[in-house]
Design a protein around this ligand. Structure first.
Ligand code: FAD
Length: 413
């Protein structure tokens, strides 16, 4: 199994494990078996059980300790791809629909956090996407005009206007009100599972599924301890494992690096504690945490894995340290209005780059009775919610909204 997280992420380090679940020790039956208890599987299992579908959730390890445990958990309508970039990949109609779907996903997540009634660290935020470079300013203005044309609530900030709000150098940027959010991914995952269990779902940790045998009217899953789960359908929400199984030729693994600071006293030079992202390649992003910490992340690499192995050939432990050091330098140089910034947590995690930032969700020829639910990348959590709706609706035979955005054969690579 791929190691998805290195060093202790802030989220799992600072949260007590709220509930522990048994491993599967008998043969059972259910309507849908969801395999993978990260945030994607948890969202899906929650929606299924809430719809009255008898659901079982299993994970090979502990719930929420995969990629989910290292996520920066920024929820956005504008993810890795600018609207213009997405338009070039999938056409303007689908690109706009994708951004709107993300807004819907964010609204739904907010609603779910209210239903859960637990402290999952959700806050709605504004967002700021900017360029520090002169040569990026015109591109940023074109991107702003395109978004405004399609009625997204955007505001253009030139360097002068931006200087009134931010302490760092901005040539041009797009400020969007209220279309982003942040959450604690570990607590959210645990709360979803806890609530689904209250509704009747059965949940098992430390239960690796090793053999999957579909047949004409269902599917049988066999665990490492040779117990069987008989279901009508299975949802494969195993993250990187699912991507490798179903979409190996479509995806690339990438490592993202994060630094979380000790709490700071104020946020001078950081307007509204908005979500910040630059247009670098690789980019960096910043968010705040409810206890006044700062999370800076990004500098994604497809060549350095979390252990510092370069291009899978030589091990260069310093390469990971360099990423953390660069993130710290960027933070100190940007947030000059904030005193006594001190880094406290450093961690990295692996996720899947799908080429257009969108998830892979749905069925595949040759894999009967399996729904794939591969939601990774920089907006994986919002997509996880959209996918959960989609899979529930597919199972219930209803309208599968925006399915064409997430199907496997959407890209002509
Ligand atoms: C550093 C980093 C920063 C990120 N930042 C953001 C962000 O700001 N916003 C955002 O939306 N997304 C972000 N993401 C992406 C987001 O975290 C992922 O989309 C999300 O966590 C994926 O969740 P998942 O449940 O699909 O995968 P995982 O959390 O990896 O869960 C998969 C689970 O499947 C289990 N499993 C695997 N194989 C088996 C098996 N055979 N049997 C049983 N169980 C199995 C694993 O144990 C694991 O628990 C980030 C990712 C990383 C790594």
């Amino acid at each position: 199994m791929t190691q998805t997280v290195v060093n202790a992420p802030y989220w799992t380090e600072t949260a007590k494990i709220p509930s522990q679940y048994p491993y599967l020790s008998e043969d059972i039956t259910c309507e849908i078996a969801v395999v993978g208890g990260g945030v994607t599987g948890a969202l899906c299992a929650y929606q299924l059980q809430k719809a009255g579908i008898d659901t079982v959730l299993v994970d090979a390890e502990l719930f929420g300790y995969g990629s989910t445990g290292s996520s920066s958990s920024i929820l956005q309508y504008d993810f890795d791809y600018e609207l213009k970039g997405l338009k070039e990949l999938i056409g303007i109609e689908k690109a706009v629909r994708t951004y709107r779907a993300c807004i819907r996903g964010l609204d739904e997540i907010e609603q779910i956090t209210k239903e859960l009634g637990a402290n999952v660290g959700f806050s709605r935020r504004d967002s700021f996407y900017y360029t520090p470079c002169e040569y990026g300013a015109e591109r940023m203005r074109q991107e702003y005009l395109l978004r405004r044309h399609h009625d997204f609530p955007v505001e253009f900030l030139d360097s002068e206007k931006a200087a009134e709000r931010f302490s760092f150098r901005v040539e041009a940027g797009i400020y969007t009100s209220g279309m982003a959010g942040e959450i604690n991914p570990y607590r959210f995952t645990q709360a979803l599972i806890g609530e689904a269990v209250e509704l009747g779902m059965r949940a098992y940790e430390n239960t690796p599924v090793e053999v999957v045998t579909p047949d004409f009217d269902g599917i049988t899953l066999e665990t490492k301890r040779h117990h069987k789960i008989r279901a009508k359908k299975m949802v494969n929400a195993t993250g990187i494992a699912a991507a490798r199984e179903a979409a190996r030729h479509l995806v690339q693994l990438k490592t993202t690096f994060c630094v979380v600071t000790a709490p700071v006293e104020d946020f001078s030079g950081w307007y509204n504690r908005c979500i910040i992202r630059d247009d670098g390649d690789p980019y960096i992003y910043l968010r705040t945490l409810p206890d006044n910490r700062i999370l800076i992340g990004g500098l994604d690499s497809c060549h350095i894995d979390e252990n510092g192995k370069l291009a899978r050939l030589i091990k260069a432990p310093l390469s990971v340290q360099c990423k953390y050091t660069e993130l710290e330098h960027r933070l100190f140089s940007m947030m000059t209005g904030i005193s006594n910034i001190r880094a406290e947590y450093h961690f990295s995690g692996t996720s899947v780059d799908t080429g257009d930032g969108l998830p892979y969700v749905g069925t595949l020829p040759g894999y009967p009775n399996v729904y794939y639910d591969i939601c990774t990348g920089s907006n994986g959590i919002v997509f996880g919610q959209l996918a959960a709706d989609l899979i529930r609706d597919l199972y219930l035979g209803g309208d599968a909204t925006d399915m064409d955005l997430m199907v496997f054969d959407r890209l002509k690579f």
